[in-house]
Design a protein around this ligand. Structure first.
Ligand code: 13P
Ligand code: ZN
Length: 271
């Protein structure tokens, strides 16, 4: 059996949480990541018959029975993951009943998965239904995105248009736009259901006055989505108090969509 600490997916979790922490996206225990793993690959590192303990999830995820995820732990600090992965991360498998997580590795101090597991697992189900390649759900609290939710209208078309117009790369990276939820209590099945509903059409969902969710087929794609939204939000916040002299027109955005052959939200541009 190979050493689990050498597994690419453990290394990716360590590198990504460290990057996110250093970008200021994850203060204290802020943020969480779940990563759908390949059973065969995990089997090279762990005895899949050895369940350390079982943990109720508090909701049904029938669409994910038997699926294995590596997930950040609740209350754990992203800055610490790279130094102690076995305590700060866990590998779980959704049991046959659909509502229990079987712990295969990690959470070594007796801890458990993120309190946002409902939003993660329900979002995995939504994304897999539109893209069977989806593997990652990522949540964090980036500064400018969060600041923008205090001062900008939080309506999907209006917010997406503003972010598309901040810089050329926006529409290229997130042509499908951004979903928005109003402020809600986090860590609940309700916010999980609402997030997953948005995830049927968006890879990005902003939680007003809380943070952002991103989804993608791998860590780079998901990280890049959030990174680009945060960059555009930074442009907005840096210039919010200044007279706007230049902006990208709807015609310009349409020309970008043509050049890069984007499948984009055409209803988000003036026709
Ligand atoms: P967890 O520590 O439970 O992952 O919660 C952090 C967070 O960002 C809540 O939304
Ligand atoms: Zn959060």
């Amino acid at each position: 059996m190979k050493n689990i600490l050498d597994a690419p997916f453990v290394k990716e979790m360590c590198a990504t949480t460290a990057n996110m922490y250093r970008l200021g996206w994850d203060e204290r225990n802020g943020g969480n990541i779940s990563y759908l793993l390949d059973e065969k690959e995990v089997g090279e590192y762990l005895d899949l018959d050895n369940v350390i303990r079982t943990i109720p999830t508090g909701f049904k995820a029938d669409g994910l029975i038997g699926k294995i995820f590596i997930v950040t732990g609740t209350g754990k600090y992203f800055k610490n993951v790279e130094f102690d992965p076995e305590n700060n991360l866990g590998i779980i498998r959704i049991a046959k009943d659909g509502e229990t997580a079987e712990l295969l590795w990690g959470y070594s101090d007796g801890g458990k998965f993120t309190s946002e597991l409902p939003a993660h697992l329900m979002s995995h189900i939504s994304r897999l239904s539109v893209n069977p390649e989806n593997r990652i759900i990522m949540h964090c609290h980036p500064d400018y995105t969060l600041a923008m939710t205090q001062v900008h209208e939080m309506e999907e078309r209006v917010l997406t248009r503003t972010l598309w117009k901040q810089m050329t790369e926006s529409i290229v990276v997130f042509p499908d736009g951004i979903g928005v939820l109003p402020w809600m209590v986090c860590g609940t099945n309700e916010i999980g259901i609402a997030t997953a509903e948005k995830m049927k059409q968006y890879r990005l969902v902003i939680w007003t006055l809380h943070g952002i969710y991103g989804a993608g087929k791998d860590m780079d794609e998901t990280f890049g989505l959030i990174e680009t939204v945060e960059k555009a939000a930074k442009q907005y916040m840096l210039t919010a108090n200044l007279p706007k002299v230049n902006t990208i027109s709807d015609e310009g955005l349409k020309a970008l969509a043509k050049r890069f052959e984007l499948t984009y939200r055409t209803d988000y541009l003036d026709l």
